[in-house]
Design a protein. Sequence first.
Length: 553
Amino acid sequence: MSSEAFDYVIVGAGSAGCVLADRLTESGEHSVLLLEYGGSDRSVYIQMPAALSIPMNLPRYNWFFQTEPEPGLGGRSLHTPRGKVLGGSSSINGLVYVRGNPLDFERWASEGAGGWGYRDVLPYFKRTERRNGGGDTYRGGAGKVDTRYGPLDNPLNKVWLEAGQQAGYPFTHDMNGFQQEGFGRMDMTVGSGRRASAANAYLRPAMRRRNLAVRTHSLATRVLFEGRRAVGVAYRRGNVEHIARARREVIVSAGPIQSPKLLKLSGVGPVPELSRYGIPIVHALPGVGENLQDHLEFYFQMASTQPVTLYSQTTLFRKALIGMRWLLTKDGLGASNHFETGGFIRSRAGVRYPNIQYHFLPMAVSYDGSSLAREHGFQAHVGPMRSQSKGWVRLASADPIEKPKVFFNYLSRPEDREEMRACVRLTREIFAQPAFAPYRGREIQPGAAVQSEEQIDEFIRQHVESAYHPSCSCRMGSPDDPMTVVDPEARVIGLEGLRVVDSSIMPSITTGNLNAPTLMLAEKAADHIRGQSPLPPENAPFYVAPNWETSQR
């Protein structure tokens, strides 16, 4: 068995792992090994923004996790894609850049994650971002990750924004700035026409450094301990077993499904579960794999009476032209993810900040490309943001190659079902506004006949899908909380030399897509790992609807 030593060993080259590989090697002082089970991200399907549904459906790039049967969804098992490639899920996601609401991070601090309030995380969001329009009080202009707005060439995007205002919601000039609430343009992680994944933004530049080693097709099988200190990682590459010693720390950045799995395989987790599979106990930590959270969504689809949607671009000839133009010039329809507008609203009076998110798409098609558009249409992806239902990640066996069991417990709480009904009612109202009159055809989905509470509930059970935002399965919090896994510096409670840094350590899920807050989280954790003082807090104000206690809008 071969063995070598590094200062830091990082497991997982996803969004967080790429950030850490860059930041921990930039001074030149420390050596870093980055382990990734997937392979190269050098594929036109990954790099071309409009091709986003293709890598998500290729086993080469996706772990293809499936949930256990979900009782709240009529026993259905949902697809839970996770990136298996350099860049991780940032290489197969929808390229939507949403930071979350400032009150999400205030909530993190109240849940025991001291030092993670909005004033603390804002400077790290800014350090992450290289915004196409430049920086300001809220946005970064000189960071690593390119973000930009789409061109809004399709007229339906402007119709969507107008309809939202006609329905009584505000227009927001920047969902990632002062005001998230309202209808507005959405940022995408695209730079120079290419996907701005964590691999492109952070890892590629870092790979030029002699103090970073990147090993692809390497499966971490367990963290190695001497007493209560993590001293390395055992991993399998091909049929050969290797040991990588860590002189300073082991950092697990394998994501919300694989990070708890690796901890448990290493003897860190709930004692009854580890004992069931004969895994020697290194440290009892009952919160590992618990508190799993996600966003659910469905597609509210309308037929279009005018041929202005992207449906006209779905023929093989048109796709070939789009691809050829993108290859030659990196612009045109191939350079957009086409989620160019969206919105955040509150479902009812008494909700302090938005709990429903919209992505608008000028085509009626499934997000993952599993069903093709059959006619001109448009749709809103809509779903609640802060589900009360919590799930878990548990081992299926002690075999490192076997996928873990994943259970979100979707829609197990009555509040979650009520929010889903509100999604149907409020979206129907938006599409009924005068702005859509010249384009509005029949309601494809849910369908005009779906009206009663029982009918809506059944539609949701059968058609709701994951928004692919698993998180919170190794939650960060106070060491006094028995279900805490890592402290506010991402150190695993009760152990030395071991941290977890990825979306699994979020105390609770944020309001929006998770790539942006995961990048921020890793940037901040990098300073903790290096022993550097955190960036100075910034006290930028943020919006809360003044009438939130008495009015839904």
